[in-house]
Design a protein around this ligand. Structure first.
Ligand code: NDP
Ligand code: GDR
Length: 357
């Protein structure tokens, strides 16, 4: 059997960390692409580092690279000779994509093309399987539930860029017979989620408010509904997609949705804090019923020019073809995230106090 070697773009992100854990456990050599940064950006994967001086059998490697640099991507793929590529790198923040639309298109849309072209230039169409990190944002304004046959209606520069990534993956599969697949993944979160996505922003704020370090949580659209699952379950789905004999496109989600308001309630409940909602629209507040103190307030700065109101997966195909079902419930995930943020925020406070001399 040929040795399995994975190349993971976006290895320093949330999903990059979870898929690295999974692939190393399955015996793969894992090569990650990281960007040059003026500050450390590898915190999520540092625990996988193996010192070549102390290890004979190093299986985790990092390379500098960027989705906007074709020559770099071609060289890396030539050097690594991956049997599987997981293309997870992206400017992944929807609201930021309204501020940086051209860069988002370059990294997320043309970046996907660059990898597919690299595979073709290197004549690796039959030896390398390709996974594209597609997204439920493709469905955008199309009402739920959404599955593989639901029409796309993207609502942000991010989603439009990802639409190109989706279709160029389908096109290279059909044109060149490549094993190239899309995972159309609904929102998935974890303690490793970036701090500016709504779930992590909420769990961090709840921890900081609970520890007396923050007054209140400022939030945008409380009514938006998402189908939230746990990242660890979703990277298992990515891997299963690439193990199929035939490539294809798969929706991964839980089949249940909740509102941002529900997520706030569940997060405060994890520290035994009940929230009473008062007012409507921009004046809506979340209040501690015992003291009357405002713990949550709406700030219109977090509203998006065009919003995605309701995403809810119909994951039937993934269940039937991949045998994939998510294991972690929303309530379990919220508790895990809040517990982790209580530790993180407490450690930060301790560090600040130690340095305060
Ligand atoms: P993150 O934002 O946590 O990670 C994105 C990764 O891409 C980071 O490693 C980042 O590097 C890297 N990256 C960004 N721009 C470039 C670039 N120009 N060149 C090289 N690397 C770059 O995202 P997630 O882990 O949450 O998501 C992984 C993928 O899945 C993304 O493509 C995302 O769009 C998609 N997706 C995510 C979903 C989710 O709910 N999490 C749902 C559906 C799709 P750095 O650390 O240096 O910033
Ligand atoms: P999303 O995730 O846009 O779905 O994209 P995000 O957590 O940013 O927003 C979810 C919903 O919450 C609303 N919201 C807020 N969002 C943020 N970030 N900050 C706030 O203060 C806030 N208040 C309310 C948003 O308006 C939205 O409706 C994520 C990313 O991981 C994408 O890369 C991925 O493709 C999709 O999930 C599936």
């Amino acid at each position: 059997m040929t040795k399995k070697t994975a190349l993971v773009t976006g290895i320093t992100g949330q999903d990059g960390a979870y898929i690295t854990e999974l692939l190393l456990a399955k015996g793969y050599d894992v090569h990650g692409v990281k960007r040059r940064s003026s500050s450390f950006n590898t915190a999520r994967v540092d625990r996988f580092y193996q010192d070549p001086l102390l290890n004979e059998d190093v299986r985790f490697f990092m390379h500098y690279g960027d989705m906007t640099d074709s020559t770099n991507l071609i060289r890396l793929i030539q050097e690594v000779q991956p049997t599987e590529i997981y293309n997870l790198a992206a400017q992944s923040h929807v609201q930021v994509s309204f501020e940086t639309p051209e860069y988002t298109a370059n990294a997320d849309a043309v970046g996907t093309l660059r990898i597919l072209e690299a595979i073709r230039i290197l004549n690796m169409e039959q030896t390398t399987r390709f996974y594209q990190a597609s997204t439920s944002e493709l469905f955008g304004a199309t009402p739920p539930p959404q599955n593989e046959t639901t029409p796309f209606y993207p609502r942000s520069p991010y989603a439009v860029a990802k639409l190109y990534g989706y279709w160029i993956t389908v096109n290279y599969r059909e044109a060149y017979g490549m094993h190239a697949s899309n995972g159309i993944l609904f929102n998935h979160e974890s303690p490793l989620r970036g701090e500016t996505f709504v779930t992590r922003k909420i769990t961090r704020a709840v921890a900081a408010i609970h520890l007396g370090l923050q007054d209140r949580l400022l939030i945008g659209n409380l009514g938006a509904r998402r189908d939230w699952g746990h990242a660890r379950d979703y990277v298992e789905g990515m891997w299963r997609i690439l193990q199929q004999d035939e490539p294809g496109d798969f929706v991964l989600g839980t089949g249940e949705s909740a509102s941002v308001r529900d997520f706030v309630n569940a997060s405060f409940a994890a520290v035994d804090q009940r929230i009473e909602w008062r007012g409507t629209g921009l004046d809506e507040t979340g209040v501690d019923p015992a003291s009357g103190r405002v713990l949550v307030a709406v700030d219109p700065k977090y509203f998006r020019p065009t919003e995605v109101d309701h995403l809810l997966a119909d994951p039937t195909k993934a269940r039937e073809v991949l045998g994939w079902t998510p294991k972690v419930t929303l309530a379990e995930m919220v508790r895990e995230m809040v517990a982790s943020d209580l530790d993180t925020v407490a450690a930060e406070r301790e560090r600040v106090q130690r340095d305060d001399w």
